[in-house]
Design a protein around this ligand. Structure first.
Ligand code: SAM
Length: 241
């Protein structure tokens, strides 16, 4: 079970961060290819933004694309090692601040136009979302959105292997119920595969109900994520690899 203690142990001082997480983008070719081929097309309506919060930036694999796209940036991570690395890497960006947290409490700030997290909270159990979702909604600017990548394992066979250490208590449905019960409106949920495992994860985009009073959730099932990754990799210019 990847609880907060597991995450703290997995991502802190003993961890080899020498590649800064770049290897996790190998299926897309590089983090640049993954950002512009996979993530930015799903986020382009919300960028650039006045203010952005990134939850769990690690060593800044996505931070380097978010920081130049906003006037104020807050990054928050459980790992002191990750926060120190981001403070060093983005020292020249005076509008960027980084905070270490306890895995449940978001720092003061905002209102935020975009709250972003990718390839981190897949390892967070439901208790983390129960803590974060109300805080996110309370700190979203009118019209602002949150884009969270999370596990969908609670929707799958409980006896299945879990090679990517996904949270077993989280699913797209549970996240949607939590967002709605907390005063939010889910705009899009895209269930994705990870490697060979279909419906492994989900990306949920949501805002405040008062910002999106008429919206109905768009629920997408995308079993082609890895084929999409291969295509992105195949058609990248060599300088993006
Ligand atoms: C696999 S790394 C990914 C980092 C980055 N998102 C990337 O894609 O390169 C996971 C990061 O999530 C952080 N993390 C895990 N659970 C967290 C939580 N509940 N709150 C804040 N940070 C968390 C870890 O400390 C670690 O830096």
């Amino acid at each position: 079970m990847p609880n907060i203690e597991w995450n703290l142990a997995a991502w802190s001082s003993g961890r080899d961060w020498s590649g800064e997480g770049e290897a996790w983008s190998a299926p897309w070719g590089s983090s640049e290819a993954q950002w512009f081929g996979m993530l930015y097309p799903r986020l382009h309506r919300w960028l650039p933004a006045r203010s952005v919060m990134e939850i769990a930036p690690g060593y800044g694999r996505w931070t380097r694309f978010l920081v130049p796209n906003c006037a104020a940036f807050v990054g928050v991570d459980l790992s002191a090692t990750a926060i120190q690395a981001c403070q060093q890497s983005f020292a020249a960006a005076e509008h960027a601040r980084f905070h270490r947290n306890d895995g449940l409490t978001l720092p003061p700030g905002g209102p935020f136009d975009l709250v972003f997290s990718f390839d981190s909270l897949v390892h967070a159990e439901l208790e983390v979302f129960e803590a974060y979702v109300p805080q996110i909604l309370a700190n979203l600017a009118p019209g602002g959105v949150a884009f969270l990548h999370h596990s969908n394992l609670a929707a799958l066979d409980p006896a299945m292997d879990n090679p990517h250490h996904r949270a077993r208590s989280v699913s797209a449905v549970k996240l949607r119920q939590l967002v709605e019960a907390s005063g939010g409106a889910v705009l899009v949920q895209e269930v994705i595969s990870w490697g060979a495992i279909v419906q492994h994860d989900c990306m949920t985009l949501f805002g405040r109900q008062d910002s999106f009073p008429q919206s109905q959730p768009v629920l997408l099932d995308n079993p082609e994520t890895w084929r999409e990754a291969r295509m992105i990799q195949q058609f990248q210019a060599p300088w993006n690899r």
